[in-house]
Design a protein around this ligand. Structure first.
Ligand code: ADP
Ligand code: ADP
Length: 227
């Protein structure tokens, strides 16, 4: 089995993880897995998991580690053979998840090379962005757009460029849930970074408070240099 790259995108809500994943998918053919997207699929389909996590998601809390780890494990089992480069958008979000991912890669996917990217953006910018975020209502798509940033707006108002479904605002992009998510993120970020540093990983820090194309260009430059 040839080596595969797994990029993990760690960053506060609104830092542009999903948007950079979309660029990487479109420009490079990488395959993004957003654990948030997976959770929203479960909720919409009202699976047992979906019923269990609905309230937590709406209020901006994290989902139990074991559930998320199981989702990622199943997804990797199903897709890893067909993909060269994966972006994990929003996973891991806790040290337990980071440890579980390490173990999973060692035990089952040793041919995968992990690279850690941490997005930096001031909270007030993240709040502004999330208040004007829309996403595609088609759960197989969930493309991300902005109501205020022209370069990230859909070509036709309220309609997804990719699949033409209507755009919606997320139930957790309300001020209280945004504040809760930012608080939780900051409580975990340092521990996750320390976990990876102590395991010998170089962290790629991205200053994400810049136009999205510039963030993408800097990301590409950094990953080529810091191989
Ligand atoms: P954002 O784009 O705002 O960072 P996501 O779409 O990644 O948010 O995640 C939405 C919600 O899904 C989170 O607030 C959390 O409830 C749940 N979730 C997603 N990924 C994880 C994870 N790795 N661990 C725990 N909960 C998660
Ligand atoms: P995350 O996945 O980290 O929660 P998203 O990629 O969903 O963040 O972006 C949150 C919102 O900010 C979306 O409306 C998106 O269009 C917008 N956005 C993303 N990157 C930028 C950027 N560099 N500048 C301005 N707005 C951005």
């Amino acid at each position: 089995m040839s080596t595969k790259d797994i990029f993990i995108f760690v960053g506060p809500p609104g830092s542009g993880k999903g948007t950079l994943s979309q660029y990487c998918e479109k420009e490079l053919g990488w395959y993004p897995l957003s654990t948030g997207d997976l959770c929203r699929k479960h909720i919409k389909a009202q699976t047992d998991i979906g019923k269990h996590i609905e309230f937590a998601i709406k209020s901006g809390k994290l989902i139990d580690d074991w559930l998320i780890i199981e989702m990622v494990h199943n997804w990797l089992d199903e897709h890893i053979n067909d993909i060269d480069t994966i972006v994990l958008d929003g996973f891991p979000r806790t040290v337990s998840q980071a440890q579980a991912l390490q173990k999973l890669l060692q035990d089952e996917f040793p041919f995968c090379k992990l690279r850690v990217v941490v997005f930096k953006v001031p909270d007030e910018i993240a709040v502004q962005r999330l208040s004007s975020r829309t996403i595609c209502s088609n759960l197989s798509c969930q493309a991300v757009y902005s109501l205020t940033k022209k370069t990230l707006a859909p070509s036709q108002e309220g309609i997804c460029n990719i699949c033409k479904s209507p755009l919606i605002q997320r139930a957790d992009d309300r001020p209280e849930a945004i504040r809760e998510r930012l608080k939780i993120y900051h409580a975990h970020e340092q521990q996750i970074v320390q976990f990876y540093q102590s395991n010998g990983f170089d962290i790629i820090y991205l200053e994400a408070d810049k136009p999205s194309k510039q963030v993408y260009d800097e990301f590409i430059a950094r990953i080529s240099i810091e191989k």
